[in-house]
Design a protein around this ligand. Structure first.
Ligand SMILES: Cc1cc2nc3c(=O)[nH]c(=O)nc-3n(C[C@H](O)[C@H](O)[C@H](O)COP(=O)(O)O)c2cc1C
Length: 359
């Protein structure tokens, strides 16, 4: 029987359109989204996700083939839209290398020369992998790629962090927008990196404003950690929700134990938006390194991805030793709700709880 509550009816329409049972998407999380996690979410009726930012085409194909071997459910593959080439500043980078040497191993002179996988080749690999959904963050896909997706019937979900970005994504052909509140863990999706810091809108204000501004379905993301958040997002006009941090403690995610444990202890006020790890603003557990890097007198972070290269040695060492004071430990403001439970159980618990609240 169709649901009577308009919020549930909207979610059901989204589920029908995408051939899923539960309007919950596992966020694509570069470096933290093994196929096992996406399989568990898809098998529970939601949509699994792959953040392919750091993956070469062969790795993208491999991820999709492992996903298909484990589930015939829905999945999305996600790319970052590349920023213009970074403006290098040798003097500042030297100061940053010196600063970072206080926190980790000496930083090699060429550490900032980061080569990212080729974006066009990644786009080709996405189409070859053939997910039902391709998503984007940090901008919109070029028109020729949008046309290729549409020709194959692939749906495009575009992450946005403002009303203006939502309008731009709809105009560029997005089939849905993912409204990312500033509560979100990981990188902020602002099209313009500078606005990621200066223009931080919370999900409660962003979501209804985006819903009113576009005709395509809106997926809510950022700081949703339990059933009340899911129900609230649907009431505010979302057709579905996307959850990242809430899946990071699942056994399928195999996160570094120190990071996973710290998430369970992280209150909303214990995270920080910082450019100090990668050069792009992202929300992480506030730690000694992130605080020192934003204190007066510290050199400003280099642009993305140069800063990512400069911090690589420190990040790798901290991950190996489990040192939370230096670790790049992305987490959203709802971190403490994340449970160390199988992802399928979390999906069922969230959806049963939200439905009960809306019935
Ligand atoms: C570890 C981590 C990695 C992420 N990587 C990506 C990514 O590669 N692409 C993307 O679109 N979003 C990425 N995000 C952001 C998520 O898509 C989503 O917006 C966010 O997790 C939602 O907030 P929540 O963590 O509070 O649930 C990442 C988030 C985390 C926590």
């Amino acid at each position: 029987m169709p649901s009577t509550h308009p919020a549930l009816a909207r979610a059901e329409a989204f589920c029908q359109a995408h051939n899923i049972r539960v309007p919950i998407l596992q966020a694509p999380m570069a470096g933290a989204c093994p196929p096992a996690l996406a399989i568990a979410v898809a098998n529970a009726g939601g949509i699994g996700g792959c953040g392919a930012l750091l993956m070469e085409p062969a790795a993208i194909r491999q991820w999709a083939s492992e996903m298909r071997a484990g589930s015939n459910g829905g999945f999305q593959i996600n790319l970052w839209i590349p920023d213009p080439p970074p403006r290098r500043d040798a003097t500042n980078e030297a100061a940053m290398r010196q600063f970072l040497a206080q926190w980790g191993p000496a930083v090699a002179a060429d550490a900032g020369d980061v080569a990212m996988p080729d974006f066009a080749a990644q786009c080709d690999a996405l189409l070859e992998a053939g997910p039902a959904i391709v998503s984007s963050i940090m901008g919109v896909y070029p028109p020729d790629f949008v046309a290729r997706m549409k020709a194959r019937g692939v749906k495009w979900f575009a992450t946005v962090s403002s009303v203006a970005e939502a309008r731009a994504a709809e105009a560029a052909g997005a089939d849905a927008v993912v409204a990312q509140g500033m509560e979100a863990g990981g990188h902020r999706g602002a099209f313009d990196a500078a606005k990621g810091e200066t223009q931080q809108v919370g999900l409660f204000a962003l979501l209804p404003a985006v819903v009113d501004a576009v005709r395509v379905p809106v997926i809510a993301t950022g700081g949703i950690g339990e059933a009340r958040g899911v129900a609230a997002a649907l009431l505010l006009g979302a057709s579905a929700v996307q959850i990242g941090t809430g899946f990071l403690r699942c056994p399928e995610t195999r996160l570094a134990p120190a990071w996973a444990d710290a998430i369970g202890r992280t209150q909303p006020e214990d995270t920080i938006v910082t450019r100090a790890f990668s050069g792009r603003p992202g929300r992480a557990i506030a730690n000694d390194y992130a605080r020192a890097a934003s204190s007066p007198g510290a050199p400003p972070p280099a642009p993305y991805p140069v800063q990512r290269g400069l911090t690589a040695a420190m990040r790798t060492e901290a991950a190996k030793t489990g040192d939370m004071n230096k670790m790049q430990a992305w987490a959203g403001q709802a971190a403490a709700f994340a449970q160390a439970k199988p992802a399928g159980d979390i999906v069922r618990q969230l959806w049963d709880g939200a439905r009960a609240l809306l019935s």
